[in-house]
Design a protein around this ligand. Structure first.
Ligand code: OAD
Length: 251
């Protein structure tokens, strides 16, 4: 249950000139019908990360990995952004110094209209050449649903394409991570709908706090970050962000 006192405290910190950074995780898309990773209904309950989301898994069985990503692309294509995505898209217009970081690969922030999203874990709507052939760019968009063949072939070398996501055991895109670190120089940092266990993303809220930001968690469950943040709004993202937006009043 959301405490009106805490909503008021956070909304007062969200001043028009404040530097505001929000980092989202799978929970922000839960109300849209996109499954989260952990917890009783999470994707990692039935499958092992290392079998589907690692370079080793792809090298072993690209078809198996692509079947899983193809299933997720079809599922996500049928989902629409929810109130949490909408509030965050509107905050980009409302606050001139607003940054949105996401661990999500689903593209729902962009579909809600959020500009310049820093995608820490890539995008399920991008692909890259598995062989990193000379003719292909690093990543490019391909929203085909379904692909005619799996794995889809690289248009440049004919080898297999890979999903444009960051797998376990891979490093994050250096420039994206650097921009996330810069966004930790902020007045308010909200971590929304993430279990806060996957690093380095999970460490960003600590970086922000050490640099003096007020830190806020939005999550109906306690997480690894709950005891370290200044304020916990213990509710779903779509409810808590809508309540904050309402408390802010008209722009
Ligand atoms: P998780 O599945 O680990 O955590 C989802 C969090 O969302 C949990 O803490 C839930 O309590 C919370 N939650 C559920 N419904 C919610 C709602 N309606 N509103 C707000 N919160 C809600 O997902 P992430 O933390 O995003 O990595 O996972 C981090 C990374 O692990 C993912 O990016 C992915 C995964 O393996 C890669 O793909 C590299």
């Amino acid at each position: 249950m959301l405490s009106p006192r805490l909503v008021d405290r956070v909304s007062r910190a969200l001043r028009p000139d404040a530097r505001i950074t929000v980092m989202t995780g799978a929970g922000v898309s839960a109300a849209s019908g996109v499954p989260t990773f952990r917890g009783p209904d999470g994707l990692w309950k039935d499958v092992r990360v290392q079998d589907l989301a690692s370079p080793e898994a792809f090298a072993r069985n690209p078809r198996l990995v692509w079947d899983w990503y193809e299933w997720r692309r079809q599922l996500i294509a049928a989902c629409v952004p929810n109130a949490a995505h909408d509030v965050l898209a509107s905050w980009a217009l409302r606050f001139p110094r607003f940054t949105l970081i996401t661990q999500n690969v689903d593209g729902l922030h962009e579909r809600a209209g959020s500009p310049g999203v820093l995608r820490l874990h890539g995008s399920i709507w991008e692909v890259g050449c598995w062989n990193a052939c000379a003719g292909a760019p690093h990543r490019w968009r391909d929203e085909s649903v379904p692909f005619p063949v799996l794995p889809p072939p690289c248009p440049h070398c004919g080898g297999p394409l890979r999903p444009g996501v960051v797998w376990f055991g891979e490093v994050l895109e250096a420039d994206v991570f650097e921009r996330c670190l810069q966004a930790c120089h902020c007045d308010v940092f909200l971590t929304v709908g993430t279990s806060a266990v996957v690093y380095p993303a999970a460490g960003l809220v600590d970086v922000a706090r050490r640099q003096g930001a007020i830190t806020v968690e939005v999550n109906p469950e306690a997480t690894a970050a709950s005891t370290a943040v200044d304020v916990v709004l213990a509710d779903r993202a779509e409810t808590a962000l809508s309540a904050l937006d309402e408390a802010l009043g008209a722009p």
